[in-house]
Design a protein around this ligand. Structure first.
Ligand code: NAD
Length: 258
């Protein structure tokens, strides 16, 4: 039985009801976890209201701004977690960003700034969030991030985000090795293509989804809830022997050669 009762789970990356992080938050809540939610703040506060309204039915006991490029804000998140919860058991890293211009056309056109931004937000952020969480994971814990096949193979238009995902997947292994002695497990989920705000920036995303629907063994792509179920598994004791792994939740697409 998958039971997360009594577990404190910090979930990043909810933007709207299409977000993969929203699918994960729903499944963690259904399994009994106590949620804390972070959102990307904007000047007008529109994002905050949208996310707050969405997550309200899940009764998060923490709701905090967190731009992962802002070290002070990341520190404030973990200070608030420490004060309110004392410890954290689960960290969901479910965020990424690259300039839209860098997600179409020739990869060799990627600017230095675009490269740095994509790597900073999409890969380094796991390191900085894991650093904040590890001292609060006093009973061990589980860290789960989201990656994509474009980090291990060439996918048209994915470009610099593929480089960021490659870095992210190695972050998973180095963090798993470092944090294992503290019984903190670190894993990634490589999800099939799903229509979301972030994926809409990738050139030809609808063609990618249609291709997966034709070719994947299950003849479809996956849902946010299916990714959420896999995340709940990776956060639960049912996966207690699993760390440093990338779990493909992609309707089987990854196994296909032709
Ligand atoms: P999404 O747009 O719903 O989520 C992306 C999140 O990143 C948003 O909540 C946004 O606020 C957040 N974000 C961006 N910049 C940030 C910053 N500086 N600080 C804090 N948060 C920031 O899209 P999604 O598809 O749910 O993406 C979630 C994760 O899943 C990403 O890592 C993405 O690469 C990965 N993923 C998506 C797909 C897909 O097809 N949608 C497939 C595999 C993996």
């Amino acid at each position: 039985m998958l039971d997360l009762t009594g577990k404190n789970a910090l979930v990043t990356g909810i933007a709207n009801n299409r977000s993969i992080a929203w699918g994960i938050a729903q499944q963690l809540h259904a399994a009994g976890a106590n949620l804390g939610v972070t959102y990307l703040p904007d000047d007008k506060g529109k994002f905050e209201k949208k996310v707050r309204d969405l997550v309200e039915p899940l009764n998060p006991s923490l709701f905090l701004p967190c731009n992962v490029q802002n070290d002070a804000q990341v520190d404030e998140v973990f200070a608030a977690v420490k004060e309110k919860w004392g410890k954290v058991d689960i960290l969901i890293h479910c965020l990424a960003f690259a300039n839209r211009d860098d997600l179409t056309g020739d990869f060799s056109n990627t600017s230095r700034q675009g490269y740095q931004t994509a790597l900073d937000i999409s890969a380094y952020s796991l390191v900085t969030l894991a650093k904040g969480a590890k001292d609060l994971m006093t009973d061990g814990g589980s860290i789960v991030t989201l990656t994509y096949l474009g980090g291990v193979r060439v996918v048209p238009n994915y470009n610099v985000m593929g480089i960021a995902k490659a870095a992210l997947e190695m972050n998973v292994k180095y963090l798993a090795s470092e944090l294992g002695p503290q019984q903190i497990r670190v894993n990634g989920i490589s999800a099939g293509p799903i229509r979301t705000l972030a994926s809409s920036a990738v050139g030809g995303i609808l063609d990618m989804i249609h291709h997966v629907e034709e070719v994947a063994p299950l003849r479809r792509t996956v849902t946010q809830q299916e990714v959420g179920n896999a995340a709940a598994f990776l956060c639960s004791d049912l996966s207690s022997g699993v760390t440093g792994q990338i779990l493909y939740v992609d309707a089987g697409y990854e196994i296909m050669g032709m």
